[in-house]
Ligand binder design. Structure first.
Ligand SMILES: [Zn+2]
Ligand SMILES: [Zn+2]
Length: 363
């Protein structure tokens, strides 16, 4: 089987190529991709901040239609609309048994190797292995994935919006509802109002926040956060003043949707004594965090983190779809500009430039 895909031969450039795609093995499905979001994780690889094997097909946040199913697939049929999960559970390690497939050991190893969970990639170019970003490689016309990584979407949500559910929404909403679990009436600081940050803002509103301060250098992203439930917004240079105006003691919860050491320090700094800072975004490889121990011993703060919504995505997705259906979770307004597969490189550059809304590639 052939598929066209956006291939990264070296960091900083994507090129369209026709790849050879293995037929689905037992338990796997072929998904014809209809929309793929550009995630911060893809940008780390694109910028060369993470060591990944090349050539590689990035992309792990997408939606499409099941085109064919391998033997023994009972949960999906040809024609089913699905959202991809980048964390199919091995089902056997401690993390998987605790309902945290995103923390699965074998999955982390597969992501580092650039393969699927089972160890192969199933795609090649002129006989040479092509690797898969985030154990997925969705920036392609079609992908072959484990049936467990293709989550039923139903009919209600258009593909362009559904793509966002696959990573940004699961991550941002879960950071609030599952990792932080705040009581209504709390205040929140959200650092970074990109794809994930906008879902953190919305989830804070859904969870009953009385004040949400969104921080981003891009004015259009701040405006978008204000329209989605943030009560205040400011540029990074103005955080000190903005938090003090909100509450001189600091916020109850601070969410670092950027994930750089510098932003994590800011999140912890402006969390009130006894409050909680949550690292949501992913740092560049090798980043180190310097901490003031008094933040914990004297100020009793908690610093924690979350990956992929701190829940099994297959459990979380139906709840997100309910929130979308009831109008509580906005998707349409978060869809940014879309690019053809041939223009995937331009899509990545638009995302890096701080385009408000999720940048999409339509394969
Ligand atoms: Zn992602
Ligand atoms: Zn596992």
């Amino acid at each position: 089987m052939k598929t066209r895909a956006a291939v990264m031969f070296q960091p900083g450039r994507l090129e369209t190529r026709e790849l050879e795609l293995e037929e689905p093995a037992a338990g796997e499905v072929v998904v014809r991709m209809h929309a793929v979001g550009v995630c911060g994780t893809d940008l780390h690889s694109y910028k060369g901040e993470w060591d990944r094997p090349t050539p590689i097909v990035l992309g792990h946040e997408g939606a499409g239609i099941v085109e064919a199913a391998g033997a023994s697939v009972e949960t999906l049929r040809e024609g089913d609309r699905v959202v991809l999960s980048w964390a199919p559970a091995c089902g056997e390690c401690g993390s998987c048994r605790r309902g945290r497939p995103a923390a699965c050991g074998p999955l982390a190893a597969a992501i580092g190797r650039g393969t699927l969970l089972g160890g192969r990639t199933g795609i090649s170019l002129a006989g040479e292995t092509v690797y898969r970003g985030t154990a997925t490689g969705a920036l392609a016309e079609r992908v072959v994935v484990d049936a467990g990584a293709a989550m039923p979407l139903g009919e209600a949500v258009p593909f362009e919006q559904a793509a966002l559910l696959g990573c940004a929404a699961l991550t941002g909403v879960g950071a609030v509802l599952n990792a932080a679990r705040p009581q209504p009436g709390f205040s929140a600081l959200v650092l970074g109002a990109g794809g994930v940050g906008q879902f953190v803002v919305q989830a804070a509103r859904i969870a009953g926040a009385t004040a949400v301060l969104a921080v981003d250098p891009v004015e259009a992203r701040r405006a978008q956060a204000l329209s989605l439930g943030a009560t205040h917004a400011c540029a990074p240079d103005d955080v000190r003043e903005a938090v003090r105006e909100l509450d001189p003691d600091g916020v109850d919860y601070a969410f670092d949707a950027v994930g750089a050491a510098a932003t994590t320090r800011i999140a912890l700094r402006w969390t009130r004594s006894g409050g909680t800072a949550v690292v949501v975004g992913l740092p560049a490889a090798g980043e180190k965090l310097e901490l003031d121990p008094f933040e914990f011993s004297n100020r009793e703060k908690t610093l924690t983190g979350t990956i992929y919504g701190s829940e099994d995505p297959a459990v979380a997705l139906p709840r997100l779809l309910e929130l979308v259906g009831s109008g509580e979770l906005e998707l349409a307004g978060l869809v940014g500009p879309s690019f053809r597969l041939e223009d995937a490189d331009a899509a990545f550059r638009a995302s890096l430039a701080g385009e408000p809304g999720r940048v999409l590639v339509i394969p």
